[in-house]
Design a protein around this ligand. Structure first.
Ligand code: NDP
Ligand code: 8X3
Length: 255
């Protein structure tokens, strides 16, 4: 196991769910944290929480869809924060669960801009530094939706299939640079994901997880930490993580 003590870990979407759990678990490992998302108050609270346990943390209020803001934020990092060793590309969302013929254009734009273009903007800003140092790791949070398409999942599944393709593309292009590339592809994880998907409808969101024990954000963060603590010659390429009650994107058992 490789120590993460003192290493700089950049987590996008750190204000909720999987990203928040990753921030807390990397902090427990002694990492220094760059935490990014759009909700300033939550970033401040997390930063205060992390600092109170002795973690060095810097928060960036950042919308990953804004390419110039992303580049400016990464270029403008204080010198002592520039050597990012682990990038967790986690910021992402689904919007809506509609047939393709009824889907809302603004939902599609938001998913494509965040899950695909946002991930690209962040990666493009961070990767040159990793390559020049000959060291680094990118951990993309993909999804079972990047491996299978489910009814009404159309555009969300397309964005996660794009993440899968980009993960492979990164691994091919970064071969020989010392930069490792991983995708972690969870099934059902109970976070704010479904509340966001259903535009704030808590009841509909809760029904997604009713009658089964879903993964928790910490279960996924455990997997992220596992991948980030492998010795430098070991690259976990991909990990598919289901709750025991799930066997595919569409096959689940409920009590
Ligand atoms: P949450 O809604 O709980 O968290 C999403 C995070 O992404 C929030 O911190 C949010 O912060 C951030 N985010 C969203 N849009 C942007 C943006 N434009 N710029 C910056 N940050 C943004 O959901 P999860 O934790 O479940 O989702 C995390 C990742 O895991 C996503 O990529 C999702 O697709 C993936 N995933 C989730 C699964 C699940 O079942 N929950 C299963 C498989 C994959 P803020 O709003 O403050 O910007
Ligand atoms: C999130 C899991 O099955 O809702 O990516 O698409 S699913």
């Amino acid at each position: 196991m490789t120590s993460l003590k003192g290493k700089i870990v950049f987590i996008t979407g750190a204000t909720s769910g999987i990203g928040l759990a990753c921030a807390r678990q990397f902090a427990q490992q002694g990492a220094r944290l760059l935490i990014a998302a759009r909700r300033e108050e939550r970033l401040q609270e997390l930063s205060t929480e992390l600092s109170s346990t002795g973690t060095d943390a810097l928060w960036l209020m950042l919308d990953v869809r804004n390419q110039s803001a992303v580049q400016t934020a990464v270029d403008g990092l204080p010198e002592e924060w520039q050597e990012i060793e682990v990038l967790v590309n986690n910021a992402g969302l689904s919007r809506g669960l509609d047939t393709i013929q009824e889907g809302k254009l603004e939902d599609w734009e938001e998913m494509i801009d965040t899950n695909v273009k946002g991930l690209l903007y962040i990666s493009r800003a961070v990767l040159p530094g990793m390559v020049s140092r000959g060291n680094g790791q990118v951990i993309n949070i993909g999804s079972v939706a990047g491996r299978e398409v489910y009814p009404k999942g159309n555009v969300y599944c397309a964005t996660k299939h794009a993440v899968a393709a980009l993960t492979t593309g990164m691994r091919l292009d970064l071969l020989g640079t010392g930069v490792r590339v991983t995708t972690i592809d969870p099934g059902l994880v109970e976070t704010e994901f479904s509340v966001v998907r259903f535009h704030g409808d808590q009841e509909r969101a809760a029904a997604v997880y009713r009658g089964l024990i879903p993964l928790s954000a910490d279960d996924v963060a455990d997997a992220v930490i596992y991948c980030a603590t492998r010795p430098p010659h070991v690259a976990v390429a991909e990990m598919l993580l289901f709750p025991t009650a799930q066997a595919s994107a569409t096959q689940v058992t409920r009590r």
